[in-house]
Design a protein. Structure first.
Length: 341
């Protein structure tokens, strides 16, 4: 075609081809204006997000300092409570309930989880679950939003600082989200997200310490809001970064996701990531049901007793054993204490 740089264009090259970022992009050519190789990828940094995340992290460090220097104990307890509640909105809500459907929730539980989820501000449930379904289906390829093959920084936070890879948008069209489109709680949160999120993530968390126990606005903002929010984000991101790099692989040694107790502790039970990638439908997101660093499983079990959580899905020991024998890295018995063949 006229005008196409001959060195780049090839008549036969109509297949999606992924060229590593930074190479073979001609001068003046971008993902948008390159009609001939629509799949070619060039990283585009979103500077607005960079600025916001830099502010967030500096403010969080200051909040961590104020926590010890001048904040009231009640404010720190409030911050921890918000971390746990918002964390459960991600783990028990967006992750195990909505993204994986590993159990079912009655309306009151779904409303609680939606509120908790909004406190966490990790995008609305629909967007979170869509990205997460892509993460499992196309794990560690360009269609995985936080592809861990691109390194620790990218899978941790870098993926939120640049435009998505075109393969995410392309292959993402095939992801079935109709179940969430039918859930009025998810649709309600999505519709009013720009109103609900600022109120639940920023406004109420900052006002409560000021009006209930006379905290200063500054301590309240930096400790209960900036520090708590940033801390929760980082705990979540560690699942994508650290738990995709470090730890044992007792269930499948051919994949990167690993069993990482440090991450499990910070992420309310979501660090048993080798198991989770092998058996994503298990509501425990781990093999053991005894709450080993797994607050989220305790939470779901509690609501199952109440009757608001039901149809909890899990995996038989026999199936796990077979998989451990076939693809495990041999660390299973040492971790879990049962004899492997
Ligand atoms: C945050 C999320 O932090 C963290 C998620 C972590 C996940 C962890 C998973 C690990 C397991 C669970 C562990 C939990 C542990 C919890 C512990 C708790 C203590 N499929 O996005 P756009 C299409 S958020 C299909 O704008 P850009 C779609 O058509 C932090 N299609 O792309 C879409 O349009 P629409 C706060 C997809 O322009 C269109 O593309 N939030 C998919 O490239 C455009 O999408 C932020 O900071 C898909 N997956 O921008 C916001 N994706 O939506 C950050 C896209 O209308 N995000 N499409 O249908 C952004 O600013 C932008 O998304 C961007 C990309 C700049 C990153
Ligand atoms: Zn993962
Ligand atoms: Zn998952």
């Amino acid at each position: 075609p006229v005008g196409a740089p001959s060195v780049l264009f090839n008549e036969d090259d109509t297949e999606p081809s992924v060229v590593d970022e930074g190479n073979q992009i001609a001068e003046g050519e971008t993902v948008e204006n390159n009609k001939y190789k629509p799949y070619r990828y060039q990283r585009q940094i979103v500077w607005r997000n960079v600025a916001l995340f830099v502010y967030l992290h500096i403010a969080a460090l200051y909040g961590a300092y104020l926590m010890f220097a001048s904040a009231k104990v009640a404010t720190s307890i409030w911050a921890i409570l918000l971390y746990q509640m918002s964390g459960l909105g991600i783990t028990a809500g967006a992750h195990r309930l909505w993204a994986h459907r590993s159990y079912k929730g009655k309306l009151p539980l779904r409303i609680i989880l939606m509120i908790f989820n909004t406190i966490a501000f990790e995008n609305h449930i629909y967007e979170w679950a869509r990205d997460h379904r892509m993460h499992h289906k196309y794990s560690e390829t360009n269609a995985d939003p936080h592809n861990a093959k691109r390194g620790f920084f990218f899978s941790h936070v870098g993926w939120l600082l640049c435009r998505k890879h075109p393969e995410i948008k392309e292959k993402g069209r095939g992801i079935d989200m109709s179940d969430l489109e039918r859930d009025p709680v998810v649709v309600f949160q999505m519709t009013y997200y720009l109103l609900l999120m600022p109120v639940l993530c920023f406004l109420i968390p900052t006002c409560v310490p000021v009006f209930l126990w006379g905290e200063t606005w500054s301590n309240s903002w930096f400790v209960a809001t900036m520090f708590r929010y940033t801390f929760t984000l980082n705990m979540t991101w560690l699942v994508n970064s650290a738990a995709h790099m470090w730890g044992d692989r007792p269930y499948d040694k051919f994949i990167n996701p690993s069993e990482n107790i440090g991450v499990a502790l910070g992420a309310l039970g979501e660090g048993w990531h080798n198991y989770h990638h092998v058996f994503p439908w298990d509501y425990k997101a781990a093999e053991l049901g005894n709450y080993r660093a797994n607050l989220t499983t305790g939470f779901i079990d509690f609501f199952s007793k109440v009757g608001w959580a039901y149809d909890l899905k899990t995996v038989s020991t026999d199936m796990i054993r077979k998989r451990v024998d076939r693809t495990g890295d041999g660390t299973h018995s040492s971790i879990w204490g049962w004899e492997d063949k």
